[in-house]
Design a protein around this ligand. Structure first.
Ligand SMILES: O=P(O)(O)OC[C@H]1O[C@H](OP(=O)(O)OP(=O)(O)O)[C@H](O)[C@@H]1O
Ligand SMILES: O=C(O)c1cc(=O)[nH]c(=O)[nH]1
Ligand SMILES: [Mg+2]
Length: 195
């Protein structure tokens, strides 16, 4: 699937947002990709994940025993990737900030895992998930995401296959351009969310 086609799916889903966003990393951005809106339509989710599964195979990666994704953004996309690859899918949740397997999920010792994210920006959440997979006894042999918005700069320490790569500017809190800083910021993600 070409990048323009991926972006058309996001646009049609109303998932390409403009405004002032505080990202998971604490960086600020005038653009946000809301994958939850993309995955609202199961057929759209299947189209995108089927194309990504094909791209992973074409890169010579796999087979995998398990798909592991970080909540919340990774949950639905991880489930669909498990379906496309024909393997089980589990997700990790933050408990006091650390990604943890709950709900009876476990990883067999040495299991070959695909770490599946919705979005990669700095790669921090992906690296945290990969560390948690290793701590649980698995091996992350590859990672994948719908959009890598670092333009290929994020280093996960394992091969990363994005369905599309984009370069979208982000700013440290003390470097936010004046026009952006003048608008109210929203934080759509769940990191540091308080009950
Ligand atoms: O590469 P990074 O800089 O880590 O940014 C990308 C991460 O940010 C978002 O999650 P977030 O922590 O906002 O929570 P969510 O999954 O609940 O949306 C997204 O789902 C990725 O997990
Ligand atoms: O970096 C993030 O937190 C992030 C960026 C983005 O565009 N979409 C998203 O869900 N998270
Ligand atoms: Mg996330």
């Amino acid at each position: 699937m070409e990048r323009e086609e991926v972006l058309r799916e996001f646009r049609d889903a109303g998932a390409l947002l403009e405004g002032h966003f505080i990202l998971s990393s604490g960086r600020h951005s005038p653009k946000y990709l809301q994958c939850a809106r993309v995955m609202m339509d199961a057929r759209r989710g299947a189209r995108l994940c089927s194309a990504l599964a094909e791209k992973i195979r074409a890169a010579g990666l796999g087979p995998f025993d398990l798909v592991v994704s970080p909540a919340m953004g990774g949950v639905v996309v991880g489930y669909e990737m498990g379906r496309q690859l024909g393997v089980p899918a589990v997700f990790m949740e933050r408990v006091e900030g650390r990604f943890t397997l709950r709900r009876g999920f476990a990883i067999e010792p040495g299991a070959r895992c695909l770490m599946m994210e919705d979005i990669v920006t700095t790669g921090l959440s992906s690296r945290e998930t990969i560390e948690a997979i290793e701590a649980a006894g698995g091996r992350t042999t590859a990672a994948a995401c719908l959009i890598d918005r670092s333009g290929g700069k994020a280093d996960l320490g394992v091969p990363l296959v994005p369905l599309a790569a984009l370069e979208i500017p982000t700013y440290a809190p003390d470097e936010v351009p004046q026009d952006l800083a003048a608008t109210e910021a929203v934080k759509p993600g769940s990191r540091f969310l308080k009950a």
